[in-house]
Structures are given as structure tokens and as C-alpha cells.
Design a binder for this molecule. Structure first.
Ligand SMILES: Cc1cc2nc3c(=O)[nH]c(=O)nc-3n(C[C@H](O)[C@H](O)[C@H](O)COP(=O)(O)OP(=O)(O)OC[C@H]3O[C@@H](n4cnc5c(N)ncnc54)[C@H](O)[C@@H]3O)c2cc1C
Length: 453
């Protein structure tokens, strides 16, 4: 099993498991940044909040991310209508600044975020993005002179952004949430939710609440809104190796094969973090080649030794690349936060602010932009494409991977991932460790490894 750099040298928080039935105002399932930060903001408003986490706090995508806390989300702004671009930028920028005001200053540093390209024909995209920045009023810089060892055609910088240590940042807000009265329960998987709303744990305890928020990354139950038929899932690889000095900026290329780069100081040692090589989740078995490519580039381009940390992670995207935050269907007491398109650190903060606005009847300006059922016109088409894809994976898997264990979500055949040593489901991205235990959902039950044919 590969390891995330962020999971080194951290002291977990003391919490307990759910051992009785409970009632509360708001039950949040999942203790990644979405769940934790939302619980903190809601408890500050006086709500009685319970958070239930399947494993330890910070077991999901948050702690396998690159840790860039920025409103620069790829070359997105020039693709959005101007009003949406402004709303999206300000929602993210403001949420980041609000969180940094209460974050411990040991958990983040300021950095300029750069988008760059080494390909001549991609320059135009960055120029268009730069024009969008100017219209929105984003403080920016355009240059081809960067700290990187590659021939940059153009780099577009968004000034005064941040980079975090995702685990320390998360644990800081978990402690603040506890101080505000949030009850945090770990090692307790929720296996079922109902519209009452009630959440049931794997041991059969129930948590009854007024509102229930699924911060489980991929929503574990969402058929009532059919929201998940609109999600696509992408997996990306990351590496980290000790380096001599820290970079000033953090970088993401928009090249045909994108690369993400930043540095981080861990226990006084500077590390170079280098990633890329994305593919649809659950679709690849021979994954070592992705780490190999990144390791080779570290050596040949950056003159660095073989990385000491290798990890991978996945994230969901919606058809319009903007997240889904809000009720799962109209007037439902069940809410979701998902579809962050690999920008869920800042978008978790926005999600929390939107949900706080909904529950306190003080609407956040971006509520409609993030509303889960906003995508009407494309729904049937998107659904057909997705249902077709899942049907193909379901039937294809049962023909070609007869002995692979069946995903406990909807029965698709999983695929063995050689480098990460996990069973990955191509249908909805569920992942299991080699013993069959769930790493990430939507699955909630372990694999049956004994009777896998
Ligand atoms: C390679 C990669 C790099 C990224 N880098 C960045 C970046 O630099 N900046 C950025 O903004 N975004 C980044 N992202 C995206 C970001 O990491 C995610 O969008 C974000 O962390 C999602 O947070 P979350 O709290 O919603 O989910 P998670 O962090 O996954 O938390 C969900 C939690 O729910 C728990 N859970 C699941 N099911 C259950 C259940 N049934 N019962 C109880 N608990 C359950 C899980 O154990 C988990 O702890 C990156 C993504 C990838 C793939």
C-alpha cells in the first residue's frame, strides 16, 4: 500500500465510536474537510451537531490531496458565463480567507498559484483565462519566467493564495468544532439513511436528526435526486521526495498530460510534491506505470532521487464542473456536498458556508450556482451516457473478470489495482483494501473475498 506524505508525524484526535441511539439537530456523515468545517460553522450558529466518520478523522480524499488552498481551479473562469465566474471566484476566495482567519498559522503558508503550459498551442487558453481574470478583477501575473525546470510558454499566476498541510489543517478545525460542542464519532460506518431523516450505523444504532448531510465524498445514498448519475470520477497520482529548497509558487500545468507541483516543509525537511497521470477511476489494473513515469520525470527533469512517498486519490466532477451542494432533491432534509472536480479543499469551505446559509435562512450568494438539481437540460442525456457506461462495466466485468470480487454497492466486478493493492470498482469508484474492507464509497459493506466467483 502506498503512503501519503501528509499522514507522517501527525497525532490523531481522541474520539469515540457510536454506542447508543442519538438525536441531534444536524447529523453529518464523513469527517473530511467538508464534514468537519461544516460541523464547525453550524455549531457556531448554535446547532446541536453530530459527526459520524467510518474511519479516523481525515481518512478520505482530503489527506491524499496536494494541499493547494486556492481559488485557481484550472483554466475554468474563461469557460463560465461572466456572472458565474465572478460568483464562483468570490465564493471560493472569501471562504478561503474566512477559514485562514481562524486557521492555525502553522498549518498554511501563502503562495502564488500558477497555471502554466509548455505547449505552444495551449498558450491561447491561458491568455483567455487571463482576460477572464481581468474582467473578474483577480490580482494576477502573466510570465514565462518561472522556478520550474521546464520550458514554460506562459504561466498565469493568481496572487496571495495558500497551501496547507491538509491533515494539520483538518485536525485544527476538528478541535475547534469539538470546542464549539460538535460530537465527533469515528470508526463508525453509516450503512443506511432514511428520509425521516435517520442514519443507521453498521452496529444498528440510529441517529435521528432534523437535517442530515452526506459529506462522504461520493454520496452513499442519493437515488432520490439521481444526482450521482451525473458524477464522473477521476484518479490522479502523487509523489513526494526530499529536496534542497522550497519553491515560492505552486503550479498546475494545462498541458495534454497535466502536472501538479508544490513543495512543503515537513518536520524541517523540504519536500518536492509532483503529480499527474489521471484516468477514469477503477479502470486501470497496472497502475505502477503512473508512479514510474512521475519518478522518471523527477529524476530527469528535476534531478531528484526516487520518491519516498507515492499515493493516489480520486475526486468526482459534475457535468458543468461546479460542485453539488444542497438538498439531494427539492425540499429533502438530506443534503450532499460533492463533485469538487479536484478542488474540494476550497470548495469544502464554500459548501459549509452555503449550508450554513440554508440552515440559518441567510442565503449565500452562490447557493443556486451549487444547487445539486440545477442541471436540467442535460439530465436525460447525461443519465443515458452514465447508465450505458455502468451497464457496459457491469456486463463486461462479469465476462472478463470472473474471479474478481463483486462490489457490494451494485454488484459490478472490481479490478485489482497492482500498485496501490486495492480492489477498485469501475462503476461508481468504490475502493476496498486487500482484505476487502471499504476504503471509499459509495459502498458501505466489505467485499466477500471468499465467494468471489
Ligand atoms: C490527486 C488529488 C489532488 C487534489 N488536490 C487538491 C488540492 O490541491 N486542492 C483542492 O482544493 N482540492 C484538491 N483535491 C480535491 C480534494 O482533495 C477533495 O475534493 C476533498 O478533499 C473532498 O473532501 P471531502 O471532505 O468532501 O471528502 P473526504 O476527504 O474524502 O472525506 C469523506 C469522509 O467520509 C467518510 N465516509 C465515507 N463513507 C462513510 C460512511 N458510510 N459512514 C461514515 N463515514 C463515511 C470517509 O471515511 C472520509 O473520511 C485533490 C483531489 C485529488 C484526487
Amino acid at each position: 500500500m502506498q503512503q501519503s506524505l501528509w499522514l507522517q508525524h501527525v497525532t490523531p484526535l481522541t474520539t469515540s465510536t457510536v454506542t447508543s441511539d442519538m438525536t441531534c439537530d444536524i447529523c453529518i456523515i464523513g469527517a473530511g474537510l467538508s464534514g468537519i468545517y461544516t460541523s464547525y460553522l453550524l455549531a457556531k450558529e448554535g446547532f446541536n451537531v453530530v459527526v459520524v466518520e467510518a474511519k479516523a478523522i481525515g481518512s478520505g480524499a482530503t489527506v491524499y490531496s496536494t494541499g493547494k488552498l486556492t481559488a485557481q481551479h484550472g483554466a475554468l473562469f474563461h469557460t463560465l458565463p461572466e456572472e458565474h465566474a465572478k460568483l464562483y471566484y468570490h465564493a471560493n476566495k472569501d471562504a478561503i480567507e474566512h477559514a485562514l482567519n481562524t486557521a492555525c498559522n502553522k498549518t498554511f503558508i501563502r503562495a502564488t498559484s500558477f497555471l502554466y503550459t509548455t505547449e505552444q498551442n495551449k498558450r491561447i487558453q491561458l491568455e483567455q483565462e487571463h482576460t477572464a481574470y481581468e474582467k473578474i478583477g483577480i490580482p494576477s501575473i502573466a510570465t514565462n519566467d518561472t522556478e520550474l525546470n521546464v520550458n514554460v510558454q506562459l504561466a498565469l499566476g493568481m496572487k496571495d493564495e495558500a497551501q496547507i498541510h491538509p491533515v494539520s489543517f483538518l485536525l485544527h478545525f476538528a478541535k475547534l468544532a469539538q470546542k464549539e460542542g460538535v460530537q465527533l464519532f469515528t470508526n463508525t460506518r453509516i450503512t443506511h439513511v432514511t428520509n425521516d431523516p435517520t442514519a443507521t450505523t453498521e452496529d444498528g444504532y440510529t441517529i435521528t436528526c432534523d437535517k442530515l448531510i452526506l459529506c462522504t465524498h461520493y454520496p452513499i445514498e442519493s437515488l432520490s435526486g439521481l444526482t450521482t448519475t451525473k458524477l464522473t470520477i477521476n484518479r490522479t497520482y502523487l509523489t513526494a521526495v526530499k529536496t534542497k529548497e522550497l519553491l515560492n509558487g505552486q503550479y498546475l500545468s494545462i498541458d495534454s498530460s497535466s502536472r501538479t507541483i508544490r513543495t512543503a516543509l515537513i518536520e524541517a525537511d523540504p519536500y518536492f510534491i509532483y503529480g499527474g497521470m489521471s484516468h477514469a477511476a477503477g479502470m486501470e489494473s497496472e497502475t505502477a506505470k503512473y508512479y514510474d513515469t512521475l519518478s522518471k520525470e523527477l529524476e530527469t527533469v528535476y534531478d531528484l532521487p526516487a520518491p519516498s512517498y507515492l499515493w493516489s486519490a480520486q475526486d468526482m466532477a459534475t457535468p458543468d464542473k461546479l460542485p453539488f451542494v444542497g438538498p439531494i432533491s427539492k425540499d429533502s432534509p438530506i443534503f450532499i456536498t460533492t463533485g469538487y472536480n479536484k478542488w474540494g479543499l476550497s470548495n469544502s469551505l464554500v459548501a459549509a458556508e452555503i449550508l450554513r446559509g440554508i440552515f440559518t435562512k441567510n442565503e449565500h450568494p452562490a447557493t443556486a450556482l451549487y444547487y445539486p438539481n440545477r442541471i436540467k437540460g442535460r439530465t436525460i442525456y447525461e443519465m443515458l451516457v452514465q447508465v450505458g457506461f455502468i451497464g457496459e462495466q457491469f456486463i463486461g466485468g462479469h465476462i472478463t473478470r470472473i474471479s474478481a470480487p463483486k462490489c457490494t454497492h451494485l454488484g459490478c466486478k472490481t479490478r485489482w489495482n497492482t500498485a496501490d493493492e486495492t480492489w477498485d470498482c469501475p462503476c461508481h469508484g468504490s475502493r476496498y483494501d486487500k482484505n476487502g474492507d471499504v476504503i471509499e464509497g459509495p459502498a458501505v459493506y466489505p467485499l466477500d473475498l471468499k465467494n468471489s466467483e
